[in-house]
Design a protein around this ligand. Structure first.
Ligand SMILES: Nc1ncnc2c1ncn2[C@@H]1O[C@H](COP(=O)(O)OP(=O)(O)O)[C@@H](O)[C@H]1O
Ligand SMILES: [Mg+2]
Length: 591
C-alpha cells in the first residue's frame, strides 16, 4: 500500500509560516519591510504583549488596489519581481511573496488599504488563511494592518515564545535598524500605551543614529568612500573613543538598504577599534554599503538576514582602511596599523573570525598573554596564534594540578608588577604570572555571590549620581528589572526620558556603568540565579591597570587563593599561569 501522500494545504501553510515567522519580531520585520517598499513616509507601530496579542501597523505608502487585496494572501504573490532575471537585481526589501501568506495562516489579520486613485479604502479580514470578510473602509491613503493572536493555531510555536521583555526587545532589535536607515521617515513605536520610539524625520543618518541610540552627535564620525573600479560605495558612521560598550549592541551593517549580519565585516571593524580601545570594549558603528546587486546573494534564507558577498575580502579591506583612517584622524587613535592585506592569509582570518564570533558574551576571549607573546609583529595585525600552537602551549602551562598550584602560589615570593597588568611571583622552579584584572574579577564575583546569598550587599552611595544614556531596549529591560537592581544595591532613577541616574552601587563593582549595561542586556535578571547575576555584574566592572605594590599584590594573591575556584575568572579566562623551568628551557631550545 502506498505510504506517501501530499500534505493538506493548511498543514503546508503552517510549516511554511514557521520558516518565515518565528516570533512576533519576525512579523514586525516583514510588515515594516512591506511599508518601506511602498515608500511610506511614516510608520506607526503599536504592540500589545510584545506583539503576541496585537501588532498594529499603519503606513502612508502607495496602498494596495482593491483587486489585489485577496491575492496578496496567496503564497508567492508579490508585486516586486516577476521573472528569474529579476532575482539578480532586487531593489526591494521583500520579493518572495511569503510574508502575508504566512502571517495570515497563523493569526487573525485585518488589512485596510487605500490607493490615491481610489475614492475609498477596502478592508479584508483573514483567519487561518481563509477570508472572513471584505468590505469598504474609511482611511487615508496607505495601509493599516492588525495582526491579532499570532500563533493561535500553532500552540507549540506559541509555547516556545519567551517572556514579553525578551520578545519586545527582539521587536526593537528589528525595528531600530530600519528606523536608522530610513531617517527621513517618521517612526512611532508604542507598547501597551508606553512610547518606545518617537522619531520625527531627520536631516542626516548621523542625527538619526544619535537620536535613536541616545548618543552625543559630536561623538559620531562620518566617512564616505566610493571604490569606482568595484562600484562599491560606503558610508560609515563611527563612534569615537567616547562610546565604549561592554557588548556589540550598537553595531549595524546595511547592504543595499537591507540590515544584514555579516561575521566578516563585523569582525574586521571591531578589530580596527582595538587600536584605540582596551580589551572587552566594543564600539558603536553603522556602515551603509551599496554594491551591484549581482555581487550579492540575499536569497539564502527566508528571513534574508544573512547575505553572501561575492568579493567579501576586497570589501573588508576597503572598509578597514577607510575606518582606520577615520579613527586615526578624527577618533583619537593611539596608533594605526595599515592593513597589508596581501600579507595575511585568508585562512588565518577565517580562523580568527570563527574564534571571534564563537565567543559569546559570557564566554572567554583567548588568554591575553598568548596574543601578546605569540601574535606576529605589527605587520600582521590580525593574525592569531595557530590553534595547534595554542593547544600545545596551554598543555604546558596548565599541566599543573590546581591544588598544587594553590599551595605553590601561596608560598611564592612577589617579584614585581609588569605594565600594571600582571603580577609576577616565583616559587621553587616556577614563575607565576597573575592577571590582575582576571584575578580581581574572580575575587569580586565570589564576594558578590556571598553578599547576595546573605542578603547584605555593601553599597557605595554617590554624592552626585553617575548618569547613563539608555537605548530603547535597555529602557525596557530597566523597567522590568528595577526592583532587582535596587536589591543588588544599584539604586537608580530616570533623570530625564532617556537618562538613568545611578545613586548607589555595590562597592565590589568599582565601575557601575558596565555592570548596569550587562545587567540590562540578555535575559531579565529577576529570573537569574546569583551566579549569573554576579557574572554579568562583574564583567568589566572591576578596574584594571592600577599599580599594585608588594603589600597590595600579596593581598590580592591571598584573596584569590581563598576563592572556591581561584584559577579561572568568572568568564572562563585563566587568572594565573605557571611557567616551569622546563617550559622556559624549551622556549630557549635548551632541551
Ligand atoms: N504596506 C503595504 N503597502 C503596499 N503594498 C503592500 C503592503 N504590504 C503588502 N503589500 C503588497 O502585498 C504583496 C505581498 O506582500 P508580502 O507577502 O510581504 O510579499 P513580498 O513583500 O515579498 O512581495 C507585496 O508584493 C505588495 O504588493
Ligand atoms: Mg514583504
Amino acid at each position: 500500500m502506498s505510504k506517501v501522500h501530499l500534505l493538506p494545504e493548511d498543514v503546508i501553510s503552517k510549516i511554511a509560516a514557521g520558516e518565515v515567522i518565528e516570533r512576533p519580531a519576525s512579523a514586525v520585520k516583514e510588515l515594516i519591510e512591506n511599508a518601506l517598499d511602498a515608500n511610506t513616509t511614516s510608520l506607526k507601530i503599536h504592540l500589545k504583549e510584545a506583539g503576541k496579542t496585537l501588532i498594529h501597523i499603519k503606513d502612508t505608502g502607495s496602498g494596495i488596489d482593491k483587486e489585489d487585496l485577496e491575492n496578496i494572501f496567496l503564497r508567492h504573490a508579490t508585486s516586486k519581481i516577476s521573472s528569474i532575471n529579476d532575482l539578480d537585481k532586487i531593489d526591494s526589501l521583500g520579493f518572495r511573496g511569503e510574508a502575508l501568506y504566512s502571517i495570515a495562516a497563523i493569526a487573525d489579520v485585518t488589512l485596510k488599504s487605500k490607493t490615491p486613485g481610489q475614492d475609498s479604502g477596502w478592508e479584508i479580514q483573514m483567519r487561518s488563511g481563509k477570508k472572513i470578510s471584505f468590505k469598504p473602509a474609511a482611511l487615508p491613503n496607505g495601509t493599516e494592518l492588525e495582526i491579532r493572536e499570532l500563533f493561535f493555531n500553532t500552540p507549540a510555536r506559541r509555547k516556545f515564545l519567551k517572556s514579553n521583555t525578551t520578545e519586545l526587545n527582539q521587536c526593537l532589535n528589528v525595528i531600530i535598524p530600519y528606523a536608522l536607515f530610513h531617517y527621513h521617515c517618521r517612526f512611532l513605536v508604542t507598547h501597551e500605551g508606553k512610547t518606545l520610539l518617537d522619531l520625527n524625520p531627520h536631516a542626516t543618518v548621523t542625527e538619526r543614529m544619535a537620536a535613536i541610540l541616545n548618543l552625543n552627535r559630536e561623538d559620531l564620525i562620518e566617512k564616505q568612500y566610493h571604490a569606482k573600479e568595484s562600484n562599491i560605495a560606503i558610508k560609515a558612521v563611527l563612534g569615537n573613543i567616547n562610546i565604549k560598550r561592554p557588548q556589540r549592541d550598537l553595531q549595524f551593517i546595511f547592504i543595499n538598504g537591507r540590515p544584514v549580519q555579516n561575521k566578516g565585516i563585523s569582525f574586521h571593524l571591531n578589530q580596527v577599534y582595538q587600536l584605540i580601545f582596551p580589551k572587552g570594549h566594543f564600539p558603536a558603528f553603522a556602515v551603509f554599503i551599496e554594491m551591484p546587486p549581482q555581487d550579492l546573494d540575499v536569497n539564502i534564507h527566508p528571513t534574508k538576514r544573512e547575505v553572501k558577498i561575492k568579493n567579501e575580502y576586497q570589501l573588508t579591506s576597503i572598509l578597514r582602511e577607510m575606518c582606520e583612517h577615520a579613527l586615526m584622524t578624527q577618533g583619537q587613535a593611539k596608533q594605526a596599523i595599515s592593513p597589508q592585506s596581501s600579507a595575511i592569509s585568508e585562512s588565518v582570518i577565517q580562523k580568527a573570525i570563527k574564534n571571534d564570533t564563537e565567543k559569546t558574551f559570557e564566554t572567554t576571549p583567548a588568554p591575553e598573554f598568548l596574543e601578546d607573546t605569540h601574535a606576529p609583529a605589527s605587520s600582521e595585525p590580525y593574525a592569531y596564534p595557530h590553534a595547534d600552537a595554542q593547544a600545545q602551549i596551554q598543555e604546558h602551562l596548565f599541566s599543573v594540578e590546581d591544588q598544587n598550584l594553590q599551595s605553590k602560589l601561596s608560598r611564592a615570593r612577589f617579584l614585581g608588577s609588569f605594565i600594571n597588568k600582571f603580577l609576577i611571583f616565583e616559587f621553587d622552579k616556577s614563575l607565576f604570572v597573575v592577571d590582575q584584572h582576571a584575578a580581581q574579577e574572580r575575587i569580586a564575583y565570589e564576594a558578590f555571590i556571598r553578599q547576595m546569598d546573605k542578603g547584605k550587599i555593601e553599597v557605595q552611595e554617590l554624592l552626585s549620581p553617575i548618569t547613563l544614556k539608555l537605548t530603547p531596549q535597555e529602557k525596557v529591560a530597566f523597567e522590568r528589572s528595577k526592583d532587582k537592581l535596587e536589591e543588588l544595591g544599584l539604586s537608580s532613577s530616570f533623570f530625564d526620558d532617556e537618562t538613568l541616574a545611578i545613586h548607589s552601587y555595590p562597592i565590589l563593582l568599582k565601575n557601575p556603568e558596565p555592570a548596569m549595561r550587562h545587567l540590562l542586556s540578555g535575559e531579565n535578571i529577576s529570573h537569574c540565579d546569583h551566579e549569573t547575576i554576579a557574572r554579568r555584574a562583574c564583567r568589566s566592572s572591576v578596574m584594571a591597570g592600577d599599580f599594585l605594590n608588594k603589600e597590595k599584590a600579596e593581598y590580592q594573591r591571598d584573596q584569590l587563593i581563598k576563592c572556591k575556584d581561584p584559577f579561572t575568572c568568572p568568564h572562563g579566562r585563566p587568572t594565573v599561569i605557571e611557567m616551569s623551568e622546563k617550559f622556559l628551557d624549551k622556549q630557549f631550545l635548551r632541551t
